[in-house]
Design a binder for this molecule. Structure first.
Ligand SMILES: C[S@@+](CC[C@H](N)C(=O)[O-])C[C@H]1O[C@@H](n2cnc3c(N)ncnc32)[C@H](O)[C@@H]1O
Length: 304
């Protein structure tokens, strides 16, 4: 749903850095999921790059990470207090490790800590140990700004009509109705994998989670709900999604998850677009081609 006030309906930059974030894909997803009715739903919100790139205002953002959703609530409801709280913190290892050790109780103090760690931890990673303690080391660039006040205020306005829930994806999908559009972006796991980032994700989102998620997505597409899904480009993942319900494409892109520049390279990602969105295969391909010239391939089951 779009609202009359143009200030509310403007694409903005997400305020978080997020591993696996879809800023690079967000303009395309915003075009595919453009609609005038219903809500935009992200069951795996992370930095919600695709929501912020769209002009849709009514949204349901869901993530299993309670600190993340708590931070969205404070950005939406108390942005000025958040800005004031961040402005008193320095960017240096001493402050970082002191903040990392804190266990604040109030929602505001937790959001300040979360956003501070997001800006200053290595690669913006969010990772906790088995006791739930954040354990990423200090690692930001000298040019890091803790909080871009304009971005934070703009995100707060965009979140004004957002429903925010800490839950598993399953709960968000259960709330999807016929008019809604859903962007699904789970942690990437494949049956066999040799990539450290994906191996780490396996603890969080197993192969059986991927199978269950695909079953739900196929059923929703069958009911006519509009879905765009991003996932690892792997034949086992591709096979989980019905070719009679989804157009499938592989997009190659440069990756920067490796710790050193010499290990950075390109990888392929799978993009699934439900037929219920009403685009022909050729139209989807044209849209992808215009965003990523020369970097798209068909991922039809028979040709992979
Ligand atoms: C690939 S990230 C999403 C990135 C997001 N699209 C963006 O642009 O930043 C996956 C997200 O799924 C969340 N997650 C992991 N398991 C989940 C589950 N079972 N239910 C809901 N969210 C989950 C993680 O906390 C993480 O934020």
């Amino acid at each position: 749903m779009r609202v009359g006030n143009p200030e509310l309906a403007t694409p903005v930059t997400p305020f978080l850095k997020w591993a696996g974030g879809k800023r690079w894909l967000s303009a395309l997803v915003a075009q595919l999921l453009q609609h005038d009715t219903g809500r935009h739903i992200e069951p795996f919100a992370g930095s919600a790059a695709c929501f912020f790139a769209s002009t849709v205002t009514k949204t349901l953002l869901c993530d299993i990470n309670a600190e993340l959703i708590g931070c969205y609530q404070i950005v939406r409801d108390r942005p000025e207090e958040l800005i004031t709280g961040l402005s008193s913190l320095g960017i240096d290892p001493e402050t970082f490790y002191a903040v990392r050790k804190q266990r604040p109780r109030s929602a505001l103090a937790r959001a300040i800590r979360f956003l501070y760690l997001n800006r200053t931890a290595f690669n913006g990673l969010y990772r906790v140990n088995l006791d739930g303690a954040f354990n990423v080391p200090f690692g930001c660039k000298p040019t890091t700004v803790l909080c871009d006040v304009d971005v934070l205020r703009a995100c707060s306005i965009r979140l004004a009509h957002a429903t925010l829930i800490t839950a598993t994806y399953s709960e968000a999908l259960a709330r999807a109705t016929a008019n809604d559009s859903v962007f699904v972006d789970p942690p990437y796991t494949v049956k066999h994998n040799y990539n450290a980032f994906r191996r780490y994700n396996e603890h969080l989102f197993s192969w059986s989670d991927q199978v269950r998620l695909a079953r739900r997505a196929n059923a929703l597409a069958e009911r006519g709900i509009r879905l765009v899904i991003a996932n690892a480009f792997h034949i086992d993942v591709r096979r989980l999604y019905s070719p009679t319900r989804f157009h499938a494409f592989a997009i190659s892109r440069s990756t920067n998850m490796a710790a050193t520049p010499d290990k950075r390279g390109t990888c392929e990602e799978l993009l699934l677009v439900s037929h219920s969105l009403g685009f022909s295969r050729r139209a989807v391909r044209r849209l992808i081609d215009s965003e990523f010239p020369g970097r798209v391939q068909s991922a039809r089951l028979l040709s992979t």
